[in-house]
Ligand binder design. Structure first.
Ligand code: AQP
Length: 340
């Protein structure tokens, strides 16, 4: 088949409205989704139903959800090429999740590492925390996604999705595509500025000083990077040494943004005067990277009618895939409305 006619891979990749998008979400994920949108078919749900497994302030959740959609477009996701939609607007996801929960053994869920970690030492654990990988499976399977880009922590959930799909296919006949987890390139994982041994996260309890948020102004970015944990070696080079993880992280951020090789990055800093200089140069490239994104974000946020239109467009496009798929599933299990 000529390359131009080859079927594009279908990618499902969600993002939670659990806080302001941080630089790790952008450099490690969203920027790549935008880069690849001509060669793959992207489905990008803002997974608000996943976010409520942990208690959220309702007004804040609503604000974060709409803000995140605007941020995705500001980051270069093109509404003409990718389907961005709000998970809770497509009710077929939750219906399918219920159906799949009836064919999924509870032991499969209890084995999930993330469930064990998140429920550990908690007095009350919601059923949603246990069953949310089934909702994630529904999110993926309802679009016949071929690939799901995930970090190490979510790989097990994609494997579970394959098991869930396989079991359903065995019980009711070929229905679901078995999706593959794909891991992002090494180096695209940003670590916390305050603790470079943990991943940078938007919902971190003390997000200031921990993460660079996409909406931080230049002063805030400079301040956060200036305070970033480093070491006493005063040597600017990449290293796998845990003690040097802070400097490694700053160099990694510089590298992902500039697209340079390890050697080119280290050469750039040959003349640097210590970590102070490293930090101000890293802050400089970060600011140049996020400023145009911020401008596009505020332009869109100041045009709520356009934002609503884009959300409606994404929702409608997602429904065109999700609803017929759910209808097929309902038919297979004997819940369709056809009396014959
Ligand atoms: N630090 C990171 N470095 C590289 N990639 C990252 N991603 C998240 N943090 C980093 C990637 O961003 C995408 C969307 O993530 P998500 O919002 O669905 O959930 P997450 O991975 O749990 O991201 P956060 O910021 O850490 O959110 P909270 O604090 O709510 O848990 C994913 O592709 C993820 O790999």
């Amino acid at each position: 088949m000529p390359a131009s006619k080859a079927k594009k891979n279908r990618i499902l990749t969600g993002i939670q409205p659990s806080g302001d998008m941080q630089l790790g979400n952008y450099l490690g994920a969203v920027k790549n989704w935008a880069k690849n949108q001509d060669i793959q078919t992207n489905f990008i749900p803002v997974v608000d139903l996943h976010t409520i497994t942990v208690k959220q302030d309702p007004q804040e959740l609503k604000k974060q959800t709409f803000s995140l959609v605007a941020m995705l477009f500001a980051c270069g996701i093109d509404p003409e090429k990718s389907t961005v939609f709000i998970q809770s607007h497509i009710q077929a996801h939750t219906v399918l999740a219920w159906i799949l929960s009836c064919t999924t053994p509870i032991g499969w869920l209890e084995r999930m590492i993330q469930y064990k970690e998140k429920s550990h030492n908690q007095e009350r654990v919601s059923a949603g925390l246990l069953t949310y990988p089934i909702l994630m499976a529904a999110d993926i399977l309802i679009y016949d996604a071929d690939e799901v880009p995930v970090g190490e922590d979510q790989k097990q959930h994609v494997e579970l999705t394959r098991d869930i799909a396989e079991r359903f296919n065995n019980l009711y006949g070929e229905t679901f595509v078995l999706p593959k987890a794909i891991m992002p390139e090494v180096g695209a994982k940003l670590m916390g500025l305050d603790n470079p041994l943990i991943k940078m996260s938007k919902s971190h309890a003390h997000v200031r000083g921990h993460a660079i948020r996409m909406l931080d102004d230049s002063k805030e970015i400079e301040r956060s990077i200036k305070r970033a944990v480093t070491d006493s070696y005063n040597e600017i080079r990449f290293s796998n040494d845990k003690e040097r993880a802070g400097v490694n992280n700053l160099l990694g951020i510089y590298q992902v943004i500039t697209g340079k090789t390890v050697k080119e990055v280290e050469d750039d800093f040959k003349d640097a005067r210590g970590y102070g200089d490293l930090k101000s140069r890293v802050a400089g490239v970060v600011i140049s990277e996020v400023e145009p994104v911020q401008k596009r974000y505020y332009d869109l946020l100041n045009d709520p009618a356009e934002l609503r239109r884009l959300i409606q467009k994404g929702d409608n496009s997602a429904k065109q895939y999700a609803e017929p798929k759910l209808a097929d599933v309902l038919k297979k299990i004997g819940l369709d409305r056809d009396g014959n």
